[in-house]
Design a binder for this molecule. Structure first.
Ligand code: PHE
Length: 324
């Protein structure tokens, strides 16, 4: 048996083993129960007595050497596998992160906040009121007589004879005046409800009421306030025009148009608070005067962004929403 060749072969195999499983096979091949070295030890008995010590010593030496090589290699392979494992799970913190789609506020919320900021900057306070109203706040106190079409069940959503979903934000005028003493300046954004549904009307839409009560308030104050709002929303060149109209709770009453992108577009209703409304809340109409307006948020957004169909606001289609 060429021990030198055996050692060389084994050394070569060990050094070229590139994973732990192969290294184990090599260990078994040489040092296992039926391994080459083990078999040599068994052969010891067959040798003449005087040769046994020398042969035994050589085989032992080879075995020790192989064990040493095997354990060195095992360490090396373990180290290598560890590095590979870490390499696999390593995170490169310098890589750009996965980009996530970010949401944003709904266009109506944005318009609402924009308007709130504008009116707050002019000294108005934001107040809110209930969406379920009684007919007194929604109609009677607002000087809206029994015969008015808005009171018809065809036009409104009633729970019972005296309770309905508010048809406008104007009942907030009443609630505010009953609670506070003049002078006062409030705006009130919120949802309102009517039995309407087409490309320019929704059964639920959003208004912002405005009310200013003080001494000697004139139409000029109303017009200036609306012009200021229009310039901030539609740009410095925006103009405002008042056309005679009718609301039971204002006298005189106006439809208000804004000059934008080359045409006059109607955006709101307004007027001077009717003396009867002041009487209904216990204000002396000889002492106090005021203006009120109610603007449609969807309407403002449609004019500003050229949106054709009001139903797009509630369709919840991101392809529409992400444009604004
Ligand atoms: N409430 C009226 C509407 O919904 C708008 C309005 C408000 C008009 C205040 C005048 C004054 O049509």
């Amino acid at each position: 048996m060429d021990v030198k060749k055996l050692l060389d072969d084994a050394t070569g195999e060990i050094s070229s083993a590139n994973d732990i499983a192969i290294l184990n096979q090599i260990r078994v091949k040489y040092l296992g129960k039926k391994g080459v070295i083990t078999l040599m030890m068994k052969k010891l008995k067959e040798l003449p007595k005087e040769e046994r010590p020398k042969f035994g010593a050589v085989v032992n030496e080879v075995r020790n050497k192989l064990e040493e090589l095997l354990s060195e290699k095992l360490e090396e392979l373990k180290q290598k596998e560890k590095v590979e494992r870490y390499e696999k799970i390593r995170v490169d913190v310098s890589l750009p992160g996965a980009k996530r789609d970010k949401g944003h506020l709904h266009i109506l919320t944005k318009i609402q906040r924009e308007l709130e900021d504008i009116f707050i900057s002019m000294g108005f306070e934001v107040v809110e009121g209930p969406e379920v109203e009684d007919t007194w706040h929604n109609f009677d106190a607002l000087n809206t007589p029994e015969w008015h079409p808005a009171r018809d069940t065809q036009d409104s959503f009633y729970f019972d004879e005296n309770t309905l979903l508010r048809t406008h934000t104007s009942p907030i005028q009443i609630r505010t005046m009953l609670e506070k003493k003049p002078p006062l300046a409030i705006i009130s954004p919120g949802r309102v409800f009517r039995r309407d549904y087409d490309s320019t009307h929704l059964p639920m839409f959003t208004q912002m009421e405005g009310l200013y009560v003080d001494k000697d308030v004139t139409v000029r104050h109303l017009k200036y306030t609306l012009e200021e709002m229009a310039r901030k929303i539609f740009g410095e060149s925006a103009k405002v025009r008042l056309k005679p109209s009718y609301f039971p709770f204002t006298e005189p009453s106006y439809e208000v148009d804004v000059w934008f992108n080359g045409s006059w577009l109607e955006i709101l209703g307004a007027g001077m608070v009717d003396p009867n409304v002041f009487k209904n809340v216990g204000y002396d109409p000889e002492e106090w005067s005021g203006f009120a307006f109610g603007l449609g948020l969807e309407r403002i957004a449609m004019v500003k962004y050229g949106i054709r169909d009001i139903r797009d606001f509630v369709r919840n289609d991101v392809r529409f929403l992400e444009n604004y």
